[in-house]
Design a protein around this ligand. Structure first.
Ligand code: URA
Length: 432
């Protein structure tokens, strides 16, 4: 089999055979196909897409490139959640302990941020001592003892995806529906979960900028999962403005703790409860979504979800005093308000650009090797639909550099104040 013929076929919109897809994934992982040929194929896929059958085969080939976790010796239903990535999206952090407090096992394998989107692992590492590198034995032990874990991929999970994802990142081929679907599902199937809720983001801060693409991605994810017998559904949620009020690693941990203390922002709480109630329903802990929601609310109100988060932090080597004193995390030197120059209503916030502003302060990576500044980021005083008086603070920039003229310019260019805002709907659709 020749890679050149496979590139030629995809370039000419000819469906690839299962054997061709397996050959590509296996040979690229072993280093027998060079990056320049794989890049050409990825770009051909970006332009011409893949059929559902091709996408399924790609997923299975990447899954079989590595190991699969066997969680069958852990009692209880294993339910996971995964987001396609957004700005201010810290849902996983309060959700995992909250759902574990309600009696389900949550084996969450998360990723790092790149570009404008934040990564759950980076955020958790803002907690002094917290480690996300957990071996398989410790991973399982923690699930048995605490009921939840948020860690990086253990051992050798989907090494093909690791290599292909890194190449996609530098060849502008990340935002392709079959490539995203294969990448996410190969890792999720390998992680051994019984059930999965996908949070597919749509809007300015998401890979899928419009709802039609988000629905197509959700459909592809759900179909792949169902094909291997996984209980799976997708929530399509809004990313036309950042989620919650905090953007930045330590700031998002602080907001997650506040949520578990019953003091979280409404949109974040709503999404956590929406996804969490689906998880409880799938895991047999609630017969209706309304019941699931009220169970979760009771675990926030009685402090048991917060206690579970404390246990998870402690089990992963973190300093659990962060629960009572978030200032033990790195704190920025400067807190600079961005003041409204006119009165009106906030009509739009371009999420990816606000994520980029946080990245420019040092809160995100432009390249894989960048070192993060956990302290920096933004806290939003105003969101879409809020009225603003001239001189009021729109948001605060938390920075370790005094001169933030470049960041301020970017922020001002991406918050629009007008007369009337279109209301933002948080949950766009549910795909089963
Ligand atoms: N997250 C992943 O794991 N893979 C993608 O391709 C996009 C988001």
């Amino acid at each position: 089999m020749r890679m050149l013929d496979i590139i030629d076929a995809k370039r000419n919109k000819i469906t690839l055979s299962d054997e061709q897809i397996r050959f590509v994934v296996e040979s690229y992982t072993t280093g027998d196909i060079p990056d320049y040929q794989m890049s050409a194929l990825l770009m051909a896929i970006w332009f011409n897409g893949m059929t559902a059958e091709e996408t399924r085969e790609l997923t299975m080939a990447m899954l079989h490139s590595g190991d699969q976790l066997d969680l069958s010796d852990i009692p209880g239903v294993k339910v996971d959640k995964h987001s396609t990535g957004g700005v201010g999206d810290k849902v996983s952090i309060p959700l995992a302990p909250l759902v574990a407090a309600a009696g389900l096992i949550v084996p969450m394998i998360s990723g790092r941020g790149l570009g404008h989107t934040g990564g759950t692992l980076d955020k958790l590492e803002a907690i002094p001592g917290y480690t996300v590198e957990i071996n398989e034995d410790a991973f399982k032990r923690q699930l048995k003892e605490v009921g939840c874990i948020i860690a990086g991929a253990t051992g050798n999970i989907a090494p093909a995806d690791k290599k292909i994802y890194a190449l996609r990142d530098v060849t502008d081929t990340v935002d392709s529906i079959p490539l995203i679907a294969g990448s996410i599902m190969s890792k999720k199937i390998a992680s051994g979960t019984d059930a999965l809720v996908m949070d597919v983001k749509t809007g300015s801060g998401a890979f899928m900028k419009n709802e039609e693409d988000a629905k197509a991605l959700a459909r592809a994810l759900v179909d792949i999962g169902k094909g291997v017998g996984m209980d799976i559904m997708a929530v399509i949620s809004d990313m036309n403005q950042p989620l919650g009020r905090a953007i930045g690693n330590a700031l998002e941990i602080e907001e997650s703790i506040a949520l578990l203390k019953g003091e979280g922002p409404d949109d974040l709480l709503d999404l956590v409860l929406t996804i969490g109630s689906q998880m409880l329903h799938m895991g047999g802990k609630a017969t209706t979504l309304e019941e699931g929601r009220s169970i979760l609310e009771s675990h926030i109100a009685d402090g048991s979800a917060l206690e579970r988060f404390r246990m998870m932090i402690e089990a992963q080597g973190g300093d659990d005093t962060v629960i009572d004193d978030p200032t033990i995390m790195p704190q920025a030197r400067y807190h600079i308000p961005i003041i409204a120059g006119e009165e009106g209503v906030v009509t739009a916030m371009t999420s990816d650009k606000l994520g980029l502003a946080s990245m420019m302060l040092g809160g995100g990576r432009a390249t894989k090797d960048d070192v993060l500044d956990y302290a920096v980021g933004l806290t939003l005083n105003k969101k879409v639909g809020d009225s603003v008086a001239k001189g009021e603070t729109l948001l605060t920039v938390h920075s370790n550099r005094e001169d933030i003229a470049d960041v301020e310019r970017l922020i001002r260019n991406n918050i629009t104040i007008g007369k009337e805002a279109q209301p933002i709907t948080l949950i766009h659709d549910i795909i089963v």
